[in-house]
Each structure stands twice: as structure tokens, then as C-alpha cells.
Design a protein around this ligand. Structure first.
Ligand code: HEC
Length: 151
């Protein structure tokens, strides 16, 4: 009596040329199909293309695209000088303690927006009346460090 151990799904799909398309029902021998080699290859290629597309989408979402954000995020920010910048440029609208005034409170803002979005918020001027600020990357990194401290 020779019991054939059932193959795990990974074994079935991972072996090139094994010809297995579907796991066979328990007890029946594996279907070795030479009939659909093209279909198998096509499926594999589609799966690879899909995986590559997904990876690309994730990378594009996660990584900053513009050189300014990339430069900023490569720097280590100093929250103390970020605090000075904040009091000079931002406190008029957001309050000295960032508690909110004309602009919203910025406590916990890094839960609502990621670093890339925070940078865009500061430099883009897309949400008037908040102006667009032109800070060099080190200043922006300092400001980010300060905003994170407000968490
Ligand atoms: C003229 C007033 C004004 C100034 C100055 C200003 N802001 Fe704002 N800010 C606003 C307003 C108003 C909003 C809300 C915009 C909206 O979403 O419509 C805002 C929104 C924000 C947000 C997003 C808040 C959230 O909950 O998503 C951040 C972060 C922020 N400001 C940071 C700053 C920083 C940092 C500075 C200084 C460099 C600054 N702001 C200067 C008025 C101002």
C-alpha cells in the first residue's frame, strides 16, 4: 500500500513544467496536463504583470516624487528651530501653541496627513488663506520635526 501524500498548493503551482493546473481531489492522481501549456504561461505572465503593477502603484504612493520633498525627508529636522520658524510664520493663524485660531489646531496633525502631505500643505498655497511658504529643505525638515512633536 503506497499512500501518495497530497501536494501543498505551493508545490503544485511553483514547479515549472509540472503541468498541474488545479489541485486534484483527494485520492485521484495528479492530472498531468500537457494540453494547456500556453494557458498556464499566460496565467503566470498575467499574474506577474499584475504584481509589478501593484508594486509600482504602492511605490508611487509611498515615495515622494518631487525633489524638494525627497531632499527634505532625507534631512534630520531640529524641532527647536522648527518651533522658532513656527512662531514666526505660522502662529499668527494657528496659535502660539498650535491650538488653532484662524487655521485649525495642529495637534495630532501628523495622524491626519503624512509627511509628503504636510510638506505640500506648507509649500503649495493650495488652501487659502494659508499662504505658500518658501522654505529651504532644512527649514522644512525642522518644521516637520516640530509638527511631529505636537502629536
Ligand atoms: C494666513 C493664515 C495661515 C498661516 C500664516 C498658516 N496657516 Fe496653516 N492653515 C491655515 C488655514 C485656514 C488652514 C485650513 C486650510 C483648509 O484645509 O482649508 C490651514 C491648514 C494647515 C494644515 C493642515 C491642517 C489639517 O488639519 O489638515 C497644516 C499642517 C498647516 N496649516 C501648517 C501650517 C504651517 C506649518 C504654517 C507656517 C509655516 C502655517 N500653516 C501657516 C491658515 C494659515
Amino acid at each position: 500500500m503506497t499512500a501518495v501524500p497530497p501536494l501543498a498548493p505551493a508545490e503544485l503551482s511553483g514547479i515549472p513544467g509540472s503541468g498541474a493546473i488545479l489541485p486534484s481531489a483527494p485520492g485521484t492522481p495528479l492530472e498531468v496536463s500537457g494540453a494547456w501549456p500556453g494557458r498556464r504561461l499566460l496565467g503566470l505572465m498575467l499574474a506577474l504583470a499584475l504584481a509589478a503593477g501593484l508594486l509600482l502603484a504602492v511605490l508611487l504612493q509611498a515615495g515622494p516624487r518631487d525633489p524638494y520633498s525627497r531632499a527634505t525627508l532625507a534631512l534630520k529636522g531640529d524641532d527647536v528651530s522648527g518651533g522658532k520658524l513656527f512662531r514666526l510664520n505660522c502662529a499668527g493663524c494657528h496659535g502660539l501653541a498650535a491650538q488653532g485660531l484662524v487655521g485649525p489646531s495642529l495637534h495630532g496633525v501628523d495622524h491626519r496627513k503624512n509627511d509628503r502631505q504636510l510638506i505640500q500643505q506648507v509649500i503649495s498655497g493650495r488652501t487659502p488663506p494659508m499662504p505658500r511658504f518658501q522654505l529651504d529643505p532644512q527649514e522644512m525638515a525642522d518644521l516637520l520635526a516640530f509638527l511631529h512633536r505636537l502629536a
